[in-house]
Design a protein around this ligand. Structure first.
Ligand SMILES: Cc1cc2nc3c(=O)[nH]c(=O)nc-3n(C[C@H](O)[C@H](O)[C@H](O)COP(=O)(O)OP(=O)(O)OC[C@H]3O[C@@H](n4cnc5c(N)ncnc54)[C@H](O)[C@@H]3O)c2cc1C
Length: 463
């Protein structure tokens, strides 16, 4: 029997339940470029470039095992049926996904295959816990609060980690393999200057680097902005270059690794929530805020935020890190998310969309869940005032030496430490000495923190 393995965002050969099952037959691995995704509402040149690199690496791994990656371009409900018919394949294996688009698309593909008399089989592999959507509260309901989810998640069963198949059947002779396209030929543009490289090989390198470091200080240090103590594995996890199950399985014991495991649980939590509440993708989880908050759509303020010209050094450093690397530290994401939605009162969906455009780890479940969380409209049970971060205080706490800010905002390099969090407080003479005149070399703050805070609270009260 021949099978297709439909690759989506599970771009690896190790710990891959669908590949393992499919490789019992003569398997043809295929990836399908779908314009609805490439040019849809979450289109991203940066993420697509990363994807292309993942595919090149995956093709090489499959070729090493005697096979290769077949490339098709078009709706998978059409392309997979055509390919399966051409090869006489009776089954299509794939890794299940939770985003509303992926599920609608998966269902269309399954219908088209069924009509053609071809079986489709969904497998786990997306999360650390296999069927994360199946976890339920004692009342039999989906979880909407993280802590009880975390407790249930810790004790949920884990499957054994799978080796990569040593050998795969060769692609049938005469089969058109198709080519991995360039970013330009897909009509997209790389907007990020210094992105991380994609692929399973790079993912394993990054994971090894992280796991061979002492992890005991991860719990205390993962918020420290200047020290880069987090794994930066998020893009690899998003594209499935690394299985979260395998990553979790490699963690040693101890407080640091436990804190890291908890982060993996946040990832599974957001997948769980989106699987059960797909309308979150477009509207607030909390009904009382749906259509009720008067969001701002002020374009110039939004641009000041996207460009990193708000006058708040930590916000600006973070937004420039995103532009430069297609990635941003979690603490910084929280600060800029709070700033956009609370200080500027701008609709969280604008921030969500901007992140999806530039983030190489842009992931609908994680991004949406976190944006709703920081906008205080999501599953977080805390009231809005608990999540209005003062960017100056956050900088003093998480970037006390200014290493992070100076790395991304060169205009501020000469500013003395004591003024770095609030450079507009520098006396005129110090500004001149520092080579940073406020209003000329670096903007003054676009909003006043205390006033913005009051206005934000009023917005939520009247919501
Ligand atoms: C407004 C906002 C938007 C976000 N958008 C995304 C997104 O699009 N894609 C994304 O993967 N993460 C997103 N996050 C979560 C988090 O910021 C990143 O996962 C993390 O910064 C990635 O860096 P790391 O791999 O070094 O993390 P580490 O600290 O090394 O954590 C390991 C892994 O745990 C997961 N993780 C960590 N924190 C979270 C979290 N809060 N929610 C979900 N998973 C988490 C990630 O997969 C991460 O790679 C967002 C956070 C905020 C506040």
């Amino acid at each position: 029997m021949s099978s297709l393995l439909w690759y989506r965002r599970d771009l690896r050969v190790r710990d891959h339940p669908a590949l393992r099952a499919a490789s019992k037959d003569r398997v043809v691995p295929v990836f399908c470029f779908d314009d609805r995704l490439l040019h849809g509402r979450h289109a991203s040149g940066a993420r697509t470039q990363f994807l292309l690199e993942c595919l090149v690496d995956l093709d090489a791994s499959l070729r090493e095992r005697g096979s290769g990656l077949v490339i098709r371009h078009g709706p998978p409900e059409r392309e997979l049926v055509m390919l399966a018919r051409e090869l006489g394949a009776g089954r299509v294996h794939f890794t299940g996904d939770v985003s509303p688009f992926a599920r609608r698309r998966g269902a269309r593909v399954e219908r088209a295959l069924r009509k053609a008399g071809i079986e489709s089989l969904a497998h786990p592999g997306l999360n650390a816990v296999d069927d994360v959507a199946e976890l339920r509260t004692k009342a039999g309901k989906p979880y909407t609060v993280f802590s009880p989810f975390h407790r249930a998640w810790l004790t949920a069963e884990r499957r054994a980690v799978l080796e990569a198949p040593r050998e795969l059947t060769p692609l049938p002779s005469g089969l058109r393999k198709g080519r991995i396209p360039s970013l330009e030929s897909l009509g997209l543009e790389q907007e990020v200057a210094d992105p991380p490289p994609g692929g399973e090989t790079e993912a394993r390198r990054a994971a090894n680097r992280f796991l061979h470091r002492p992890l005991h200080d991860y719990a205390a240090d993962h918020d420290a902005l200047g020290r880069d103590r987090t794994s930066r594995l998020s893009p690899y996890l998003h594209f499935g270059c690394l299985a979260p199950r395998e990553l979790e399985g490699r963690l040693p014991r101890g407080e640091g690794p436990e804190a890291f495991r908890r982060q993996l649980c946040w990832r599974d939590f957001h997948h769980h929530v989106l699987a059960h509440f797909p309308r979150n993708a477009r509207s607030e989880f909390q009904q009382r805020y749906r259509g009720k908050i008067k969001w701002s759509y002020a374009k110039r303020r939004f641009e000041a935020w996207t460009e990193g010209h708000t006058g708040y050094p930590l916000v600006d450093a973070a937004m420039r890190q995103l532009r430069r690397e297609g990635w941003m530290h979690n603490r910084a994401r929280l600060v800029v998310g709070s700033f956009l939605t609370k200080h500027l009162g701008i609709d969280w969906r604008w921030g969500e969309r901007w992140f999806m455009r530039l983030l190489v780890d842009g992931d609908e479940a994680n991004n949406n869940g976190n944006w709703q969380w920081i906008a205080s409209v999501g599953t977080d049970p805390q009231p809005a005032f608990r999540r209005i971060y003062n960017p100056a205080r956050q900088m003093e706490r998480f970037d006390p030496n200014g290493d992070y800010v100076r790395r991304y905002v060169p205009e501020l390099c000469g500013v003395p430490d004591r003024y770095l969090a609030e450079p507009w407080k520098m006396p005129a003479e110090v500004q001149r000495e520092a080579g940073c005149v406020i209003g000329e070399d670096y903007p003054g703050p676009i909003v006043d923190h205390s006033r913005a805070r009051e206005e934000a609270l009023e917005r939520y009260r009247s919501g």
